[in-house]
Design a protein around this ligand. Sequence first.
Ligand code: HEC
Length: 430
Amino acid sequence: MRGSLGLCFFLAVGACDGDGTDSAVEHEVTWHADVHPIMEQHCTRCHTEGGQAVGDFSDLEQARAFAEVSLGRMEHDLMPPPVADPECRDYIGSEHLSLPPHSLETFRTWVDSGMPEGDPSSAVEIEPIETELEDPDLVVLMPEPYTPAFDDPENVGNEYRCFVIEHGQDEPFFITSFHPIVGEAALVHHIVLFSLDERHVPDDYDPAVGVDCINGRGGMVGRIDGMLAGWAPGMTPVHLEEYDQAGNLTGTRGIRVAPGQRIVVQMHYYRNGPEVDGLSDQSGYAFKTASEVDTPLIMAPFGAYNFVIPPGDEAYSYEQSFSLPAGMSGRVHAVFPHMHVLGTRYRVWSSRGEDQTCIAEGNYLFDNQLSYVFKQPVELQAGDQVHLECTWDNSTNNPHRILPEPQEVRFGERTDEEMCYAFSLVSVGR
Ligand code: HEC
């Protein structure tokens, strides 16, 4: 199909239905009017000068230079990095996290028509994407800068360190928005945010160096009572306000943190090359908090543990279900899907008799784990079933695998073992 339509490089409805010769030529697809806005909406928060990914895609010449490769990546749901499908259930930020099919179509048309610049006066105004949390009221940092040594022969170039970040609050409070503060961007590959009962902080915990917690070491990650969120470069702040269908603010939601709970960050430091040697990092989190919210949220770690992923299988799926017990009702407000490096796809849904309701579904990438806060929560009542399905690629085709040869993989904390979770923010009752 591509390139075979001759003159049909136009967005006019119907223009390409026939032989493409005499339909109205209303709107040629150009950089200024069509493609630059797509880049700003979906690409430039990572593909920018000094950003985490190559090129500056707000620049026409660079966008052109990468266009063929970009199109291939976009067609395979590799760029922007895969996220939950808003067609399953829409979530806050989906308009820039997920590439809609019509934008892919527009980009393809632009590439096929020779990537015209068009008229600068047709440029449309682009709303900037929020990249930092504005006006946080609680900012917590690692107490001291930490310099990764990268001296673990079993995990060359990688270090996972867990730091307890003291929130200093004596009263319970609710987290209503959050976003990390990244100290040294050249070192930080990704961050996972947990909450942990203070009784599980090791006795010999040293705040200056944290705990080595790669592959479940350090005794802290195995005891997590709540994995709250993941962050990787390019992700935007998470907000828990509730909106109606028209987009009006209708209520506040927040994750309850009790005085006895500690917030933990698992920092994944990565040695890209010798240029990061000796650099230190002091990261943390910025929060918006409230002492009261309309809807308190708790973390429900819905997971599967009994799977056995056969070696060589490139799409092995495992399903786990549970029923809401009698007398229980509630709502699912957000989901944070979590697998390790073999994970390729997840699906979370509920069922009531014959009726099914999609909760979250999408392709999965370990390096790009997001929390999806739904625009409309999912209502659950006693007897409803909730289902979770994880799919893994345990074949040599999987570029992210750690083990040199595929072998049977089961549940475990190590990155070369697997997980299958939908950490869910839920409210109980109506
Ligand atoms: C969340 C950050 C992020 C966003 C958003 C993003 N990218 Fe990327 N992109 C990356 C990273 C990281 C890499 C390098 C790793 C890789 O190749 O997968 C990359 C690699 C690429 C490459 C390969 C470059 C090369 O030559 O190696 C292309 C092409 C690309 N992205 C295009 C796009 C396009 C087009 C968009 C928007 C539709 C986009 N990306 C959105 C992070 C991002």
